[in-house]
Write a protein that binds this ligand. Structure first.
Ligand SMILES: [Fe+2]
Length: 252
């Protein structure tokens, strides 16, 4: 009797999952984005939040004491930026911290690839993962992502909730709010997105980026594998992207 009930439960769960992904895929294809609630577990959210705070502290320490003539080559600016993350890049505040291709976030990238494949209906390669710990006053200009990042996710991890603006595929502006662990899965190269200045103290977002398997050239975002820092874009890459018809801006 118990075995039969377990079997009925299992069938019911499978049918429910099928319905859920059908709904997510339809919305993703129609609007260019969809919110996947609780992609990360509470434990993953909590670990990632604490981990990033340590990484940010390490980056501040490296920048303060080890940049310049410090004898260890791993603390020279080029290495410190790649391995320990950036502070105050682009037009962001000087306390804003970002890190690309970290082993923790690349592990999440690979772990959740199958979810992104089910939602987009495409077979995908991992390209890169990225995190940014924004601070008060940061904003994101209206932009699209570079073309090869065709299927992306932005996950709210911690700090203040921060509304994201997005133009959907029908040209309507939408405002999206995420709770910790929620992931906005979106076509970053097709849908313009932006954020008004952050009014809260800080906000941690993690980005997972994938490319369809037809873009094999951009597998791992030109890195040898997962967990490695980003590769600086070469003229050859830019030329190749032009040939493939990939456009968009490099900002995240
Ligand atoms: Fe972006």
């Amino acid at each position: 009797m118990i075995k039969e009930l377990n079997l009925i439960d299992e069938k019911f769960n499978r049918a429910q999952q099928k319905e859920k992904f059908l709904y997510l895929k339809n919305n993703f294809l129609k609007n260019g984005y969809v919110v996947y609630e609780n992609l990360l577990s509470e434990e993953e959210v909590s670990l990632l939040f604490e981990y990033t705070k340590l990484k940010r502290n390490a980056s501040k320490w490296i920048n303060k004491y080890c940049v310049g003539d410090y004898p260890n080559s791993f603390t020279k600016p080029i290495f410190s930026k790649l391995y320990f993350g950036l502070l105050g890049e682009l037009d962001f505040k000087k306390e804003t911290f970002s890190l690309s291709g970290d082993a923790f976030t690349d592990t999440l990238l690979n772990k959740y690839k199958n979810i992104f494949e089910k939602v987009s209906g495409e077979e995908l390669y991992n390209t890169t993962s990225f995190l940014r710990f924004y601070v008060k006053g940061d904003k994101l200009l209206n932009h699209t992502d570079r073309g090869e990042l065709a299927v992306s996710g932005t996950i709210h991890v911690g700090g203040n909730q921060w509304e994201l603006g997005m133009k959907d595929l029908s040209g309507n502006n939408k405002n999206i709010n995420l709770r910790p662990g929620d992931c906005l899965i979106y076509q970053g190269h097709n849908c313009q997105h932006w954020r008004e200045p952050l009014e809260g103290k800080e906000c941690l977002q993690v980005f997972l980026h994938y490319t369809p398997t037809k873009n094999e050239y951009f597998k791992y975002d030109r890195r040898e594998g997962l967990g490695l820092p980003p590769v600086v874009t070469s003229e050859k890459d830019l030329e190749f992207k032009k040939q493939l018809g990939l456009g968009g801006y490099i900002e995240d």
